[in-house]
Structure formats: C-alpha cells, structure tokens
Design a protein around this ligand. Structure first.
Ligand code: SAH
Length: 260
C-alpha cells in the first residue's frame, strides 16, 4: 500500500476493504463481456473484477506509478492497461466499438465529467457500477421533487435505471476522503431516442437547474426562446419539481418556437 503515495490531485483514495471491493465487483452483471475499469490505482477492485473472468477486461489509469504497479502485480492484465485519461479517451476506439460496461472506484474530482461522458456515449455503455462521493451518488439516484435532484439525475434517468446500492464509510480508504461514499448501478433502459430535439432537451434541463431557485419562467429566459406556449403550471414550478417527461414536453413546445 505504501509503494504508491496517494496523489490528491488525481483523486486517489485507495480502497483498503477487500469485502467492499468484492461487493462492487459482484454488483456488475455478467451479461456484457467487455468491461472497462476506470482508475484501478493499485488494483484492489481490479483483483475481484479479474475473478469474474470477463472475456475482455481493460483498465484505464492516468497515473504512471499505478500503471507500473499494476503491470508488476497483475500479470493477467498484460496488454489490457491503457495509460491515459479516461476523459480524453475516444470510446469508439475501444472494444472494436462494441458495447462495454464500466466499473470503478472513481476519481471523485471528475465524477460529473465521467457521468456526462457516460450520458454522451450511452449507446455503447449498457451498464455502470461504481463508487462516487455519497452526495453525487444520491444526486444521480434522486427522484423529482427532491432538493438534490439535478441535471445529472434528469439526463441519466432518461436512459438508465439507477439504483443506489450501498453507502461506504470514509475509513475504508487510504487516505480517507473527507466525505462518505456510495456505490450506484446504472442499467440502460429501452429508450432508444427521445421524441424531441435531444440537444435542446439538454439545454432546457441545464438552464432550468442552473438557476434552480428560480421558477422556470425566469430560469428558461436564458434560452432566448418564447415561452408563450409552455403551460403556466410548469413555468411557475422550479426545475426540481418537474419530471423528465415534463422537460421533454417543454422541449417539444420550444422546438416549435422561433429563437427570439
Ligand atoms: N480503484 C482504486 C483507486 C481509486 S482512486 C481503489 O479502489 O483503490 C482513483 C483512481 O483514478 C486513481 O488511481 C487515479 O490515479 C485514477 N485517475 C484519476 N483521474 C483519472 C483519469 N482522468 N483517467 C483515468 N484514471 C484516473
């Protein structure tokens, strides 16, 4: 454990508890043979994913020292380690552009960016199991009406069934993070495409939550479109009170409006 000194700027908090590593690995289904682990570090979780014998298992790690450690301690991973930044990775180059699932005790400093990347690449990613800081996990799994319901809750829940699996105490990490953690699972649902302009849908959701204390009437002004045909009850609500279907309905209405 001391061989690699944790690097804070890389969000390194290494798991110490093998049982939790095992539970995370067992939370991923075996229906998809291609699996990518993000940020394996020193391989605590990797070890258990390897035991699942997925036909095609790769890891991506940005830290050279960790990569060297993995090469030395996990010969089974030979030629299955990407040394690089997941956020910069062109996913269509992975697994011959086939579908793959994602697992990890993720670097918390880039949690949202990882989740946005999953959203953007949802056609290729049928399942995600991973650990995030508890607050992010709760936000992603939140339902409408909840104060913590936000952009990622809406966007991801359109295409994924999201389950909060379990909470993890900070003391099972070295070094312990300041916050608790939690493991969640996202499984792609059968929605192929929205029947509205998806780019505009994302803009509407973002505009709504960017000023979440305001009513949508005020928050959506940022879009520069006429809100004339949006029902009053929606305009008087705040973003957290709307369901995904409400956001889709608003998008459909705005699609028809000229940019003002
Ligand atoms: N899975 C390990 C380590 C978790 S810490 C464990 O549970 O012990 C997060 C890991 O993500 C670190 O090893 C860090 O180096 C790596 N990491 C941080 N940013 C990354 C990025 N952009 N792409 C890939 N790996 C990254």
């Amino acid at each position: 454990m001391d061989l690699v000194k944790a690097k804070k700027y890389l969000g390194q908090h290494f798991l110490k508890d093998e049982n939790i590593a095992r539970r995370i690995s067992e939370s991923l289904s075996d229906s998809i043979g291609n699996v990518l682990e993000i940020g394996p570090g020193m391989g605590v979780l990797t070890k258990y994913v390897l035991q699942r014998n997925y036909p095609n298992f790769w890891v991506i790690e940005i830290d050279e020292e960790s990569v060297r450690y993995l090469e030395n301690h996990y010969p089974e991973l030979k030629n299955h380690i990407y040394f690089g930044d997941f956020l910069k990775l062109d996913l269509s180059q992975l697994f011959l552009a086939e579908k793959f699932s994602v697992i990890g005790n993720f670097p918390y400093n880039i949690s949202s960016q990882i989740l946005f990347k999953v959203f953007e690449n949802r056609k290729q990613i049928p399942e995600v199991v991973g650990m995030f800081q508890k607050e992010v996990a709760e936000r992603v799994a939140a339902k409408p009406g909840n104060k913590i319901y936000g952009i990622l809750s809406v966007l991801l829940s359109v295409f994924y069934d999201i389950e909060y699996l379990f909470t993890v105490d900070e003391h099972v990490f070295n070094p312990p993070p300041k916050v608790k953690s939690a493991v969640i699972r996202l499984v792609r649902n059968d929605v192929e495409a929205l029947d509205c302009d998806e780019a505009l849908f994302v803009q509407v959701v973002k505009a709504g939550f960017n000023q979440r204390r305001k009513t949508l009437r005020n928050a959506l002004k940022a879009l520069g479109r006429s809100l004339e045909n949006v029902p009053d009850n929606m305009l008087q609500a705040r973003a957290e009170q709307l369901s995904t279907n409400d956001f889709i309905e608003i998008t459909k209405i705005l699609e028809k409006e000229q940019k003002g």
